[in-house]
Ligand binder design. Sequence first.
Ligand code: FES
Length: 114
Amino acid sequence: MSKPPKWIEIGAVSDVPVRGSRFIQVSGGAVAVFRTSDDQFFAIDDSCPHLGGPLSQGIVHDQRVTCPLHNLVIDLTSGEGQGPDGGCVRTYPIDVQEDRILMDISTLKQTKVA
Ligand code: FES
């Protein structure tokens, strides 16, 4: 049985550049929030499934991000790496209410946001 959603505000839409990202430190790890060129928002773990590269420093294109270390491409909708050894990162639901970004932290191990 899944946990009920627990939404927290993580910032304003303007805090995340178009085709860019924002890094959020949480007690259970680090999360990268991405904004695509058509203003969709996604949140995934900020650690590449290959060797832990910082995905928040990657290049955003369409609904994907390319890891800055060895160019693994991660699908922002599913968290899956593309390729035979792609691996997978966790994704977190995002909602935008007017100009505020909300993230569901119910699946994080701990919920303290720094
Ligand atoms: S650490 Fe991301 S592709 Fe190697």
